[in-house]
Design a protein around this ligand. Sequence first.
Ligand SMILES: Cc1cc2nc3c(=O)[nH]c(=O)nc-3n(C[C@H](O)[C@H](O)[C@H](O)COP(=O)(O)OP(=O)(O)OC[C@H]3O[C@@H](n4cnc5c(N)ncnc54)[C@H](O)[C@@H]3O)c2cc1C
Length: 382
Amino acid sequence: MNVDVAVVGGGAAGVDAAVAVREQKPGSTVALITPDQNLSYRPWLVYLPADAVSAADMTIPLSEIADRHGFELVHGKVTQVDPDTSQITAGPESAVIEYKQLILAPGAPADRARIAGAEKHAIFPCDADDARELIDRLDELPDATVLFVLTGERIGPGLEYAGWVTRAARAKGRGRVRITVVEDGDALDRQFGARAAQRILQGAATLGIHHIRHADIERIADGELVLTDRTVDADLIAVTSPLRGPDLGLPSHLLDSRGMLTVDATLAVPAFRNIFAAGDFSDVQGVGADLPKTWIMARLQAETAARNVVAALRGEPTVELDRRKVSRMAAISMPDVGGQTLFVRNRKPVIGGSWPLRLRYRMDAKYLTRYRTTPGATRPLM
Ligand SMILES: Cc1cc2nc3c(=O)[nH]c(=O)nc-3n(C[C@H](O)[C@H](O)[C@H](O)COP(=O)(O)OP(=O)(O)OC[C@H]3O[C@@H](n4cnc5c(N)ncnc54)[C@H](O)[C@@H]3O)c2cc1C
């Protein structure tokens, strides 16, 4: 297969990028390669343990989006990207796809090896299979002690899971489920700032969630989290989440130490300017800070990557990420801890209560209705 633009990954960044290229250059041939049948709205994974949304509410068939926007859907996992020949190998049949321009948006799964013992003794519910395992394990353990370890590049979902698992336990009359969030080092302070972190934890405490702050984690063993100063017993330990880039068979010198693709502010790989990265897989240099691994950031990057591949196809100059927009969005957090939130900007608490939650749910609905063809939930309900 020969295409103008190949897009790897059917998530937040990949879908937006494929759609944007087709909208901006309707005559172009675009192939989106992914093992998934559905676009999954990952921020809603945290609501599944509480049945606050259904699995169907957070998924949209990719074939519908592809048909509507005129790109080709290739089902399969990319196993090799060869930048020298501009070829991708994908799927069980090892199909070869030749591209003029390439956007890599394969996301970033949990880095299971970053904490000693975690691979064997913990689950990582930011990955879809482990999110399902979390629900099954909670069903098996009516009196469980559950730890959510907040560590690595993405800590928000751990807080959110803790909140919604606690609400679900209450709703199901499982008063003896004990939920604790464990902050690895200063993970909460770094993301939210000290005052906002304290307020978020106070809110969580009103739901009955315990916390351990500034933990120095040594390892995870069978049924225990070993800190340097004590050991905490648990029936279930969930880690959210250190991330690493998936293996696409790219030359290792193009990747950073976490396996993410190093790109400049135009999102291009400096040595191969027809390859762009967007979303969790990108390690963007020259924008002043590490960009958060969020849905919003993935979409902003997809917009720029799509614009730049279209510019490249037309022989026009590429543009850099809009730094003002990026830093504005990077500065905002609104974790939904069991239906309570705090709007945090520039690591300072701004406002709690229902307004930020309404804003968050409005953003969810806006995104979902962009791609859905059938009605579904637009906010979590319990
Ligand atoms: C539980 C949870 C809660 C979250 N909550 C929020 C939130 O509240 N707000 C927010 O902004 N962000 C949130 N995020 C983060 C957000 O979901 C991610 O930042 C976003 O999904 C990243 O988009 P992406 O396109 O880079 O990757 P993804 O959306 O993960 O998509 C990656 C795609 O690439 C595919 N892929 C992987 N490997 C290959 C391969 N080898 N070949 C082909 N395809 C491949 C995958 O199957 C998938 O289709 C949350 C994430 C999780 C997990």
